[in-house]
Design a protein around this ligand. Structure first.
Ligand code: 8YV
Length: 328
């Protein structure tokens, strides 16, 4: 008799080819209308699932995990960041957690670069003027932004995405600086032509543009605090495609309102999907709805990683993208 297929509960709608394969391989409970699950529904999901496939919009905290049935052995998250999952609780309960690293890198770096260009060059403002029908024609002194070429870019978090941003940014004539928990090997620094700053404070004080590319962990929560943001030059810009929680959004908003920073490009927010309403009123910010990794190709690659992680795990092997957990 064939072994019973594991019950895989998927919390959001995934690309069609991924859902089809999910149903072929496992007993899959899908979310075809893509309505985010409420807390009670999440609890029901962890009570019955053998494998849970959540996304960044599901808060899998210790109180949700307290309801996990003994059969829940794997959380195969659809996404690179795992800050929506209480990893300590999962570890205590012997639940393995996997993510989907690597396949979002280039898309996220592209969008970071798009924001690095869009904010100083006032791209969104120009577009809004066109749509408002208020364009009165060219003028030599109107809509002047600031040059990118020759400026200093400070990357906070030189992991996969940070390095991919550095490679692109060099092509735009930016000099590359970075702060990271660990200094990169000399060969990597040479390849990226990147200057290491041991002191984040010092780096912030000397850059024209800051790009936030580190994950959100307890150690990076408000890493860019009000105090640190104040170290930045008034002419500087900040771009964040990582997690809203890394930057103190209220302090940032206040500084942008007061002209203590030149502008910001934000794809992520501290209390998603809520956005500080004061940000919406500012012309010197470009706001995106957490879409830096949103390509069809990327989502399919992420889904394939989820499938491989689950299949490897249920076949009794260590899944390739294990964040925590023992082998099954
Ligand atoms: C994903 C992300 O879209 O993977 C991440 O960490 O932030 C996003 O770009 C999202 O997590 C999908 O769950």
């Amino acid at each position: 008799m064939p072994a019973k297929k594991p019950l895989v509960v998927v919390t959001r709608k995934l690309p069609d080819p991924i859902e089809t394969r999910m149903m072929e391989l496992f007993e899959a409970q899908l979310n075809l209308d893509d309505r985010p699950l409420g807390r009670a529904e999440l609890i029901q999901a962890v009570e019955k699932a053998d494998v849970l496939v959540p996304t960044v919009t599901d808060r899998i905290d210790s109180s949700v995990l307290a309801h996990a049935g003994s059969n829940l052995r794997l959380i195969a998250s659809f996404g690179a960041g795992v800050d929506h999952i209480d990893l300590g609780s999962a570890r205590q309960r012997g639940i393995t957690v996997t993510n989907t690293p690597g396949v979002l890198t280039e898309d996220t770096a592209d969008m970071t670069m798009a924001l690095i260009l869009a904010v100083p060059r006032r791209l969104a403002e120009g577009e809004r003027i066109m749509r408002s029908g208020k364009w009165e024609g060219w003028s030599p002194t109107w809509m002047l932004g600031h040059r990118i070429w020759g400026k200093r870019l400070g990357i906070v978090g030189m992991g996969r995405v940070g390095s991919a941003v550095a490679r692109r940014a060099r092509g735009f004539g930016l000099s590359i600086h970075y702060h990271n928990r660990h200094r990169l090997p000399e060969t990597a620094e040479r390849e990226l032509d990147a200057t290491y700053w041991e002191s984040l404070d010092q780096m912030l004080a000397h850059m024209d543009i800051i790009s936030v590319n580190c994950p959100h962990t307890p150690a990076t929560y408000h890493l860019l605090s009000g105090r640190r943001l104040k170290l930045m030059r008034e002419e500087a810009y900040i771009v964040n495609t990582s997690r809203g929680e890394v930057v103190d959004e209220n302090s940032l908003t206040r500084m942008l309102e007061r002209g203590q920073l030149a502008g910001a490009g934000l794809d992520v927010f501290e209390h998603e999907p809520a956005v500080n309403p004061k940000l919406l009123k500012l012309d010197n910010v470009v706001l995106l709805p957490h879409m830096a990794s949103a390509t069809l190709e990327g989502r399919v690659d992420m889904g394939e990683k989820v499938l491989i992680n689950i299949k490897t795990f249920v076949d009794g092997h260590s899944p390739p993208d294990r964040v925590i957990g023992t082998e099954s």
